[in-house]
Design a protein around this ligand. Structure first.
Ligand code: SF4
Ligand code: SF4
Length: 86
């Protein structure tokens, strides 16, 4: 029979804290290649059902990370792949 690995309290806390940190730090990022800086595009803000993306004239859109659920719809909608999760 295999023995179960025993973790110290410190190991358990460190592993849990690292997982939580990774989740908290993941967010949608819009790069400066966004076509709306040079032309006109609002595909990503149209695709966001959470209304987490605010379209701005002659600028890249702004993401409200409090509203964002990381559903990735905006990433799919961007035809020049200017959106990523970082
Ligand atoms: S990942 Fe989803 S919720 Fe977040 S900004 Fe993009 S479309 Fe909106
Ligand atoms: S869909 Fe892409 S190119 Fe269009 S506004 Fe959003 S980030 Fe910019």
């Amino acid at each position: 029979m295999r023995e179960a690995k025993q973790y110290s309290r410190r190991e358990l806390f460190t592993r849990f804290a690292r997982t939580q940190t990774q989740v908290i730090h993941e967010k949608i990022v819009i790069s400066n290649t966004c076509d709306n800086i040079y032309g006109y595009c609002e595909s990503c803000s149209d695709s966001c059902q959470q209304q987490a993306i605010t379209w701005l004239a002659e600028s890249k859109p702004v993401v409200d990370h409090e509203k964002c659920t990381l559903c990735k719809e905006c990433i799919i909608s961007c035809y020049i792949s200017a959106i990523s999760i970082s």
